[in-house]
Design a protein around this ligand. Structure first.
Ligand code: ADP
Ligand code: MG
Length: 330
């Protein structure tokens, strides 16, 4: 049985239904990513998971313990579940060390100091330990908020859009920290994000939330490679929708249908500037747009009236003739 479970969670504000029958669970040592557009209900779900607000229906379980209703408690929440809000909620005049210390104020001094040093190291904050929070970078603030949340040995860490304000180096550093934390301390970590890349690259399991409903729940690979519908396909990466008879006519190969269309991704095509006459599957197209993407170029080619995208290692002249073929998905 999984360690942390949300069962049949529903929530409405007045007439408006925000969450509908949401179910998922995660294990200790696991990172679970919940992907959804802005307004899909992610923060509401996270607050319910933290025991801070009541669901209209459904239950949250931690181990064999059911969370009591938030409205019955003097201070809502559960000691083993910690949440890091999107705005971090740090005390800005206080230093990193003092912010963490605040969460440990009821503990004995020697233990407190040892624990602070441990957390500073764990969250890579030693260099900024004595700097006031108002002078910290976005990434440092985020890691301070996580260190403070984890000060008291939490078993479940909930993060609301942890990557939202971070640049690329800080995203990487936070990903590494979360991976280390979950494996080292057997923490169950649930984060919500609107950015598919963050969910795909970091979590063990993920789910897609749309207008309060969980559409698909699986590993990142399964969600990316076999999305349940075109909405999820488009949310998780670039897609090219192709009419099946058009596709069959040119590529003469079968491909999976989704919502009555072929859903291809740029990596499903290969490009060649010369044609090998022995291979019949190459189709002649024309280069219409070239976009530099760092490690590669994205080439858009025109086939009749349909634009297809394909990755290539070098730029190509506009209006030049190139050949593409569809590579079957494994
Ligand atoms: P997300 O975090 O995915 O952006 P939220 O959970 O914040 O989504 O909000 C989902 C929907 O619920 C939004 O339409 C929002 O306006 C609405 N909502 C959130 N909190 C309240 C509230 N306290 N009262 C009324 N509506 C709310
Ligand atoms: Mg939100």
């Amino acid at each position: 049985m999984s360690f942390f479970r949300l069962q049949h969670i529903s929530k409405s504000y007045k007439e408006l239904s925000i969450l509908r029958q949401v179910n998922f669970e995660l294990n200790s040592g696991e990172i679970f990513g919940l992907l959804g557009e802005s307004g899909s209900g992610k923060s509401t779900l996270l607050r319910i998971a933290a025991g801070l607000i009541d669901a209209d229906e459904g239950e949250v379980w931690i181990g064999s313990e059911k969370l009591p209703p938030a409205s019955d408690q003097l201070i809502p929440g559960h000691p083993d579940i910690k949440i890091v809000h999107q705005d971090y909620q740090l005390s800005l005049p206080l230093t990193t060390r003092e912010n963490i210390n605040y969460a440990l104020r009821f503990y004995e001094k020697t233990y407190r100091n040892e624990r602070i040093e441990e957390l500073l190291e764990l969250c890579h904050l030693q260099a900024v330990a004595d700097r006031p929070a108002k002078l910290l970078s976005g990434g440092e603030k985020q890691r301070t908020a996580i260190a403070r949340a984890l000060a008291e040995e939490a078993r479940v860490l909930l993060l609301d859009e942890p990557f939202a304000h971070l640049d690329l180096p800080n995203r990487r550093r936070l990903s590494d920290t979360l991976r280390e934390l979950t494996t080292q301390s057997d923490l169950a970590c649930l984060f919500v994000t609107h950015d598919a890349q963050d969910a795909l690259s970091l979590c063990h399991q993920m789910a897609v939330l749309k207008e309060g409903e969980l559409l698909q729940k699986d590993t990142p690979e399964a969600i990316y490679q076999t999305p349940a519908n075109t909405y999820i396909a488009a949310l998780t990466g670039e897609i090219i929708l192709i009419e099946p008879s058009f596709f069959q006519h040119y590529f003469n190969i079968s491909a999976p249908l989704l919502d009555h269309q072929i859903v291809a991704r740029p990596e499903h095509f290969q490009l060649s500037t010369i044609i090998n006459t022995e291979e019949t599957e190459w189709v002649k197209t024309m280069v219409k747009r070239v976009a530099f993407e760092g490690s590669r170029y994205k080439i858009e080619v025109l086939l009749e009236n349909t634009l297809l995208s394909v990755y290539y290692s070098t730029p190509l002249p506009l209006e030049s003739e190139v050949f593409i073929k569809y590579v079957a998905q494994s």
